[in-house]
Design a protein. Sequence first.
Length: 71
Amino acid sequence: MHLAFPSRERVSLADLAGALGVGEKSGHGSEVLPLWLEGRQSDITDYCLNDVSMTRKVYLALNGVYPHADS
């Protein structure tokens, strides 16, 4: 992360995924509360599942496995 973003102490999942070329996030955590208040729990589930999938792809890319692994 420090090689791709040397001036940052922390790097977002979206930025890291983009730098590694493994995809894009489907939203932002700040959107979850409004979705909940609108009763759109299935959209929250989709958002969270996308984040987990993206995190896995980032992990695999950092370990030299992605995109050849079954994702």
